[in-house]
Design a binder for this molecule. Structure first.
Ligand code: A2P
Length: 401
């Protein structure tokens, strides 16, 4: 049901221009309110119960759209859209007309939230820079030129992870560390539909691979049957690529040199943390805030940026590597390394200056959470309560896939 105040309804909608049709929302919705056709993913207003479960898993934020309406848009209407309808003032007006009075507070709040999104989604750090989002989309992509494609993992292994550099030339494509871009692979699928856009985290700091260059880097792993990852990993210098985005408004760095930043990742989940580390190294190398990295990979030769990471001084970045497939050695995961470092992490976690970021395989989420729970318990802190407080402050961020 759409949420109602007087005759005004708040309706949950999905932005067709930004949605990458990844199906995450439909899989997540507990009441089957989200459905799709060949064109769009849509929300059935007669079923949506405003539980907000679908909001945080959406990688693009396209799910977090709301309109205040007099009558809900039907599913069929939404299927036909190529963009969201603008917020009609008439919905507000008719509520006023109905009562002859000023719009009541609850309705006003609904309308404000129709413009602002929900309160249930992750929050950016209070001090982070304001991100630009959704400047380019499938209908109006930015064109980037490939200026580099380097293998980051051992040549002889089956784990092909690449560092791709995209240059935007004269096109303004402003990004922040922690944001993602969408790559539009050329061609169509077996049904004749354009291939789906894929999102990749930006691995460089906001002002480029080298300061003041209009480029950015990606860390991309070749997936055995991945249309987009194979397209990207095979790109040659000089190739042109269609790009959408930037996306993401919450997994951002605090703009505070006193902030402690604890980063936990596996594999290509390291991409945003390369951007974080480089930005701090370039701008505030003597920051009082600490940076700590827990990084999991199969073996050292599978760890993206292993060589360059070794050169980052420990005073800037404390590094803890966890290898799971080194012959004749025990399987170690990031959460094991975190437990080993409980004496260092426990006091950090109790500081209001500490931000925690988790990025990588979805499977690690539970293990990392359990490790943080153990570490907190050891110092008499309830992690479930601290986690909610940190989330509310925009200091706890999880991006897994
Ligand atoms: P594993 O050897 O058990 O697969 P990948 O290279 O495939 O992206 O994986 C990155 C690292 O994340 C690997 O070392 C992998 O270990 C590890 N990993 C897999 N599952 C988990 C998990 N549940 N928690 C933490 N790390 C994990």
């Amino acid at each position: 049901m759409a949420q109602a105040v007087s005759d005004v309804l708040k309706q949950h909608l999905i932005d067709p221009e930004v949605c990458i049709r990844c199906n995450t929302c439909e899989e997540t919705c507990p009441v089957d309110a989200i459905t799709h056709d060949n064109n769009n993913y849509v929300v059935d207003a007669s079923k949506c119960n405003f539980c907000l479960d679908c909001i945080s898993p959406c990688p693009t934020g396209s799910i977090d759209n709301w309109r205040v309406v007099n009558a809900a848009y039907s599913v069929d209407e939404q299927y036909s859209w190529s963009e969201l309808p603008v917020q009609q003032d008439i919905a507000v007006q008719s509520a006023n007309d109905e009562t002859g009075e000023a719009l009541d507070e609850e309705a006003a709040a609904l309308i404000a939230s129709a413009h602002q999104g929900t309160g249930g989604k992750p929050i950016a750090p209070a001090s982070s820079a304001k991100p630009s989002v959704n400047l380019f989309n499938r209908g109006r992509p930015a064109l980037a030129i490939v200026t580099g494609n380097y293998r980051l993992t051992a040549e002889n292994g089956d784990n092909d992870v690449r560092h791709i550099i995209l240059d935007f030339g004269d096109t303004r494509f402003p990004v922040l560390e922690g944001q993602s871009i969408g790559i539009l692979p050329p061609g169509v699928d077996a049904q004749g539909q354009p291939h789906r856009m894929r999102l990749y985290s930006i691995a460089s700091p906001r002002h480029g691979e080298r300061p003041n260059t209009n480029n950015l880097a990606l860390t991309v792993k070749r997936e055995p049957h991945g249309v987009c990852s194979n397209y990207v990993c095979d790109l040659k210098k000089g190739d042109k690529v269609q790009v959408a985005g930037p996306f993401g408004a919450t997994f951002l760095m605090p703009n505070d040199s006193a902030a402690n930043i604890v980063m936990i990742c596996t594999g290509t989940g390291s991409a945003p943390f390369r951007g974080f580390t480089e930005w701090r190294r370039r701008m505030t190398p003597d920051a009082v805030g600490r940076m700590v990295l827990f990084f999991g990979a199969r073996r050292p030769e599978d760890l993206p940026y292993f060589g360059p990471l070794q050169k980052v001084p420990d005073s800037l970045l404390a590094k803890f590597f966890a290898y799971s497939r080194v012959p004749d050695a025990p399987k170690i995961y990031v959460q094991d390394r975190m437990r080993e470092q409980a004496d260092m992490l426990a006091p950090l976690m109790q500081s209001d200056k500490t931000h925690i970021y988790v990025c990588g395989l979805r499977g690690m989420e539970q293990g990392v959470d359990a490790a943080l729970d153990d570490i907190c318990r050891g110092s008499g802190v309830k992690w479930s309560e601290l986690r909610e407080r940190m989330r509310g402050d925009g200091r706890y961020h999880v991006e897994t896939y």
